[in-house]
Design a protein around this ligand. Structure first.
Ligand code: XMP
Length: 514
């Protein structure tokens, strides 16, 4: 596959970031595991290869490596951190393990007089971001040292004298590295001679053609949740095959206020998707009666969702494909060794559908990152307000009503949540936080309204900032804004007389309350 850069994943937390940065430059990248490297590279002939960083030490027993013939193939290689150490030792250099640890910000100083394509347009001194315990201290034969870091103690950039092999000891993919993007740009365009072909318009065109080729005039079914991934998948497939796509929107009754109506307005009315709106709220409410345990709730909601979806899907005659909004980070996590896989809660994503349907999978977003999916969604005409929404968990309000769920509590929570979210939007604060919502506590407390004593529930306002949802900090929303929201909720929502703001970060808390 021409015009592709392949990244070999040695398990760095930044591997996906390298791929995203290069795609932002307009060039397609793929992340693969080191064990698949030989087969992949020989088959696909990428234009360049990047060895990612990783937590291992090259001299460790069983540390991940690479097939040696890769260095005979004339493909440009950039080794980053562990990747540089690996290339360095395989070609005859030496590593000093744990000699000069360099973590966080550091200084890069270009020392070589020799001009290098890799360092084009990068000033002689700049700031970099490093994260390593080992370092290359003897460079292999035929390599030159181009730059040093950590007050010139550490070899930071190396280059082969005649072949297109480069190594950097720091991380050009993180934004703290001042000229990291320029360095990747130099590698991709000046060294690998890639062309800028990865653009939203082309991505849509290719995806639509691939769907048409695969599906032909057969039928596809898809579980539409209103979330970004399933929505973009639906609109894309609709563009390719029109009415042969049927979307099933299972309304669990645990959605945000008027969610069903919003989804139908945007996707069925405006974008003409063929959607079955299934009101299954009674089924969910009955199954959840008196259930208090969060994991138990998740299991029940997941199971009922599958049952309802399956029942409805079977009613559509002649369906051959099940479409899903799987995106690239899910694929990388499950397919390359060394991917990060933290599981904190058993996320029974509503949408993870059963194999028993015996349908072939159609996953047109499999190669895209979330920001690419968002761009695609906007280009396909989905309103920004639907695309830039905060994530909403599959089990919905079911895990935001602490303890047992009742119809009354769902109504109270929906109203309170809508007030908070609308206020965030009105004050232009919505896009400054990563996720915001209200949770309802089973605690009732005494209050006073007019001359009346009240005894009502407590609402928790939660807003967090996060990059990856693995860790998060609570959002420092202005006091006046919080006061206004608290006032509005207590006054407008019958059943709530007290509002508290959650000032816990993750860890030790989690984003959701259950
Ligand atoms: P936590 O609460 O684990 O949440 O800090 C991290 C992110 O995951 C979402 N979340 C879920 N998503 N099913 C989902 O589809 C679930 O069961 C679930 N639980 C949490 C949460 O909203 C946040 O974005």
């Amino acid at each position: 596959m021409n015009n592709t850069i392949v990244i070999i994943n040695y398990g760095s937390q930044y591997t996906q970031l390298i791929a995203r940065r290069i795609r932002e430059l307009g060039v397609y990248t793929e992340v693969i595991g080191h064990k698949n490297a030989k087969e992949y590279i020989q088959k696909n002939q990428p234009q360049g290869v990047i060895f990612s960083g990783g937590p291992a030490s090259v001299y460790e027993k069983n540390s991940p490596s690479i097939y040696k013939e890769i260095f005979d193939a004339q493909i440009p290689i950039l080794g980053i951190c562990y990747g540089m150490q690996l290339m360095g030792t395989l070609l005859g250099g030496k590593i000093h393990a744990g000699k000069s640890k360099e973590f966080g910000k550091s200084d890069l100083r270009i020392s070589s007089k020799k001009s290098s394509l890799l360092l084009e347009k990068i000033p002689l001194q700049s700031t970099i971001w490093a994260s390593h315990g080992d370092e290359l201290n003897v460079v292999p034969k035929d390599f030159s040292v181009l730059a040093k870091s950590n007050h010139e103690k550490c070899i930071a950039v190396i280059e082969h004298n005649t072949k297109p092999f480069y190594g950097v000891q720091f991380h050009p993919e993180v934004t703290h590295t001042e000229h990291g993007s320029q360095l990747l740009h130099n590698f991709v365009f000046s060294i690998c001679k890639c062309k800028k072909t990865w653009q939203t318009k082309t991505q849509i065109k290719n995806a639509v053609n691939q769907i048409k080729d695969k599906v032909k005039n057969q039928k596809v079914v898809l579980g539409l949740s209103g979330g970004v991934d399933s929505s973009v998948t639906a609109v894309l497939i609709h563009q390719a095959i029109g009415k042969n796509l049927t979307c099933i929107f299972v309304d669990t009754g645990l959605m945000r206020l008027n969610e069903g109506k919003k989804v139908m307005d945007v996707y069925a009315k405006n974008l003409q998707l063929n959607i079955l709106h299934i009101d299954a709220s009674k089924i969910f409410l009955t199954a959840l009666k008196n259930v208090e345990d969060p994991e138990e709730k998740r299991k029940i909601i997941g199971k009922k969702f599958v049952e309802v979806f399956q029942r409805e899907a079977k009613k559509i005659k002649g369906v051959k494909f099940l479409a899903q909004g799987t995106i690239y980070p899910d694929v990388i996590e499950s397919s390359t060794e060394g991917g990060n896989s933290h599981t904190i809660k058993s996320h029974h994503n509503v949408g993870g559908l059963p194999k028993t349907l015996n349908l072939e999978l159609l996953e047109p977003l499999r190669n895209l990152f979330k920001d690419e999916v968002r761009k695609m969604g906007k280009a396909l005409g989905i309103p920004a307000i639907m695309i830039d929404r905060h994530p909403f968990p599959g089990p919905g309000l079911g895990i935001r009503i602490i303890g047992a769920i009742t119809k009354e509590k769902i109504k109270i929570l929906q109203e309170a949540d809508a007030i908070f979210i609308e206020a965030l939007e009105k004050e232009k604060l919505y896009n400054t936080v990563s996720q915001a919502f209200v949770a309802l506590l089973p605690v009732r407390s005494v209050g006073v309204m007019g001359d009346q004593r009240t005894y009502a529930y407590t609402a928790v306002i939660r807003a967090v900032n996060t990059i990856d949802f693995m860790t998060a900090t609570w959002s420092k929303l202005p006091y006046e804004f919080l006061e206004q929201v608290s006032h509005a909720i207590c006054n407008q929502v019958q059943g709530i007389n007290r509002v508290v703001y959650d000032i816990s970060s993750k860890p030790p808390s989690t984003i959701e309350w259950e």
